[in-house]
Ligand binder design. Structure first.
Ligand SMILES: Cc1cc2nc3c(=O)[nH]c(=O)nc-3n(C[C@H](O)[C@H](O)[C@H](O)COP(=O)(O)OP(=O)(O)OC[C@H]3O[C@@H](n4cnc5c(N)ncnc54)[C@H](O)[C@@H]3O)c2cc1C
Length: 299
């Protein structure tokens, strides 16, 4: 019996190197649950092609929910001409399984990975304890062992909800980010939170480039839910503005795009190495923000 053929594609450029020539402009996607969702996502990727994005990242469901689909969507994005960064979580997995996934990605030409621990799904909390790797930094090291990946790690400028206090939080994040080639943050709305985070990391001796994550809001309720889960805060003034137009999706998107644009400009002015937009698999709000930032650039 022959093994499944491996489709090799041109190796991706490494994000660490793209950042050195930055700023990078990138987006996060998630694997859709249906064929229709996958077709819609392919349409969105096509619409975003003219912007020449530096890379797209694809989330990975901790606990098995969407894991195979991550590879499918990475393949789709590669097929559409994008450089990719698959997310990978170690929770609930053996070292051998993770090694196999990383080797498979490398054989196909993938050179970037976001190394995560991941959170246990609500219906399977014991998953936290059964994984062989207990922290994201162990996966950063495993990826390096397997091949010459450019490895990213998650960052939480407003602090991680599991941290008992700010000092523990910063030390935890600094240890992880010190080992990685770059960090990508949870979304946030105040530039000051990112700038204070970078300053604190620097005081702890960490100079790893940290790409800020920005969400162009298109759904006020959804962003509040995501924020509550991740420890981010939607500032009261923004929440009130969104509440007053909650029944008008175009107006919600306009506020979301304006807010994301202002934050992106400020962060770039302050020296952020790139921007990672939480696109939620749709092109419209993302392309409006990118256009506001002057993309696509004339060559
Ligand atoms: C950009 C980005 C992308 C993400 N993509 C995914 C994804 O694709 N799939 C997915 O399942 N999850 C994803 N997450 C969520 C992430 O895995 C969780 O937030 C996780 O709890 C912390 O990050 P970590 O995975 O780097 O693990 P680690 O930092 O190693 O955390 C492992 C455990 O340590 C504790 N902990 C975490 N941070 C701190 C801290 N600062 N101080 C003290 N204790 C801490 C928690 O109990 C956590 O479960 C993403 C997060 C970010 C910011």
């Amino acid at each position: 019996m022959s093994a499944e053929p491996v489709t090799r594609t041109r190796p991706d450029p490494k994000i660490g190197e793209l950042l050195a020539a930055g700023p990078t402009y990138s987006i996060e996607l998630f694997p859709p649950k249906t064929d229709q969702g996958r077709a819609n996502l392919q349409g969105a990727l096509e619409e975003l092609t003219p912007f020449g994005l530096s890379f797209v990242s694809v989330t990975y469901g901790a606990g098995g929910s969407t894991q195979d689909r991550t590879q499918t969507i990475v393949d789709d994005a590669v097929g559409a001409g994008y450089t990719t960064m698959p997310h990978l979580t170690c929770i609930g997995s053996s070292r051998a399984h993770l090694r196999g996934l990383l080797t498979g990605y490398h054989h196909k030409g993938r050179r970037n990975v976001l190394a995560l621990h991941g959170d246990a799904p609500k219906d399977n909390p014991e998953l936290t304890d059964v994984g062989e790797l207990k922290r994201a930094w162990e996966l950063v090291e495993l990826a390096r062992e397997v091949a010459d990946f450019s490895v990213g790690a998650a960052a939480h400028p407003e602090g991680h909800p599991a941290a008992p206090d700010r000092e523990t939080d910063r030390k935890h994040q600094a240890a992880k980010l010190q080992l990685a080639d770059f960090g990508v943050t949870q979304f946030f709305f105040r530039a000051e939170d990112y700038l204070a985070f970078i300053e604190d990391l620097s005081a702890l001796g960490v100079e790893t480039p940290i790409i800020p994550g920005i969400i162009p809001i298109t759904d006020a309720k959804q962003v509040q839910k995501f924020a509550a889960m991740s420890g981010a805060e939607v500032p009261a003034e923004l929440a009130t503005r969104l509440d007053t137009v909650a029944d008008d999706p175009d107006e919600v998107r306009r506020i979301g795009v304006d807010t994301a644009t202002d934050l992106a400009k400020r962060l770039l002015d302050e020296g952020a190495p790139g921007l990672h937009l939480y696109a939620l698999n749709r092109a419209q709000a993302t392309s409006e923000v990118l256009r506001n930032l002057g993309l696509p650039r004339e060559v």
